[in-house]
Write a protein that binds this ligand. Structure first.
Ligand code: PLP
Length: 384
């Protein structure tokens, strides 16, 4: 059996036309048929079901995540909502981590509530303790490891064990591990979700989402929920995601190396109180990272020591290579202040003093990124 990198590059579906390296991009709602029978029996019978590019992307994503069935969505949030909606019904209950991506938490607390499903946050480091939160009506546990913005790892195998003992379904948002550095399906999770918008697309120019599973029953429920909501991925976005798949592993290794170099450099800076990066040996989650991950991506956080008044504005104003904007996973470096995530919603308690910054390390030369941050730190320290 060939290596995964090779298999991902060489996934190729049935082609009707010439044997090109890449599949044809069909921009189509309507598909035409010659007979009434073909009209009703053919699959795909309508563009919403996806065409050649979609099938090839699904195949490559199954290779990536170690699954057998994939369902595409228009963006990562839609994929999270789809996976969750396929696992719960009115009267049920879902557990999700307090450090979950904000809009996923909002979906659980606002949309599911409107659908008669209750939700509850858990401490992402709860591990086997999750068993105490599982109720008779609990139908699903959502995992996101590392957590958004604060980067705690969850003990996925321990959560899966507790869930399976009570016949509760598990879903893992694997956007950070990108399927390449982390494979929750191999740890027993029922469904894995990715925002393809991040590393798979890799160039900040398209959206996409996917849910992958190796359980045919789970896939049937997913397919039904997806059909009910009319979830699709635009063909052009699917094409860009498939193109991104072919270079994902080389880009991820470059993001990983650059992020580790920068994170280690930041750990030694006097302005930095803490670097939140599970692959650093200083991380309280390092043992879980070593056990469950084969690498780390380009996204991590830093907590700053107290700063003089106006310091943050001066710091951010001195940055040019680091853009300030939402999203991550592209070739360019990004930074956002995101202090709110330091406060746990479970008890309203701040986990740490100081200001939190999330950094995405792009593919620029690390020496240039360090030089720019050095200038920005000097500006931060100046008195107002
Ligand atoms: C961990 C995680 N999951 C899901 C999403 C949602 O992805 P999208 O922006 O494609 O909806 C994001 C977006 O930032 C994310 O960080």
């Amino acid at each position: 059996m060939k290596e995964r990198e090779t298999r991902i590059i060489h996934t190729r579906g049935e082609r009707l036309s010439r044997k090109t390296v890449n599949p044809p991009l069909e921009r189509a709602s309507t598909v035409l048929f010659d007979t009434e029978r073909a009209l009703y029996d053919s699959k795909p019978g309508y563009g919403r079901m996806g065409l050649t590019v979609h099938r090839e992307l699904e195949q490559a994503l199954c290779e990536l995540e170690g699954g057998t069935h994939a369902r595409l969505a228009g963006n990562g949030l839609q994929a999270c909502a789809l996976a969750i909606a396929s696992c719960v019904e009115a009267g049920g209950h879902i557990l999700f981590p307090d450090s979950a991506y904000g809009p996923t938490a909002r979906f659980c607390e606002r949309r599911l509530a409107a659908m008669g499903v209750s939700s509850e946050r858990y401490d992402p480091r709860i591990g086997a303790g999750i068993a105490a939160l599982i109720r008779p009506e609990t139908q699903a546990i959502f995992i996101e490891s590392p957590g958004s913005l604060t980067f705690e790892l969850s003990d996925t195998p321990a959560i899966v064990e507790a869930a399976k003992a009570r016949k509760v379904r598990t879903i893992s948002d694997n956007t950070w591990g990108a399927g390449y550095f982390h494979q929750p399906l191999s740890l027993g999770v029922d469904m894995v979700v990715q925002a393809l918008t991040k590393y798979v697309v890799g160039h900040a120019d398209a959206f996409g989402g996917v849910v992958v599973t190796k359980d045919a029953g789970a896939y049937n429920r997913l397919a039904m929920a997806s059909e009910d909501f009319g979830i699709t991925l635009a063909p052009d976005d699917a094409y860009l995601a498939l193109r991104g798949m072919r270079t994902l592993h080389t880009r991820l290794r470059a993001h990983e190396a650059a992020a580790l170099e920068l994170a280690t450099w930041l750990e030694a800076r006097p302005e930095v109180a803490e670097v939140l990066h599970p692959a650093l040996s200083s991380s309280p989650d390092h043992a879980i990272w070593e056990r469950d991950f084969t690498g780390s991506s380009g996204l991590f956080g830093i907590v700053l020591n107290p700063i003089p008044e106006g310091g943050m504005d001066r710091f951010l104003g001195a940055l040019h290579l680091f853009g300030m904007g939402f999203s991550w996973g592209g070739f360019e470096s990004l930074i956002i202040p995101c202090d709110e995530q330091l406060t746990r919603k479970t008890d309203g308690a701040p986990t740490r003093p100081g200001r939190l910054l999330r950094i995405h390390v792009g593919l620029e030369a690390v020496s240039d990124l360090k030089a720019e941050l050095d200038t920005a730190f000097r500006a931060l320290g100046q008195s107002a």
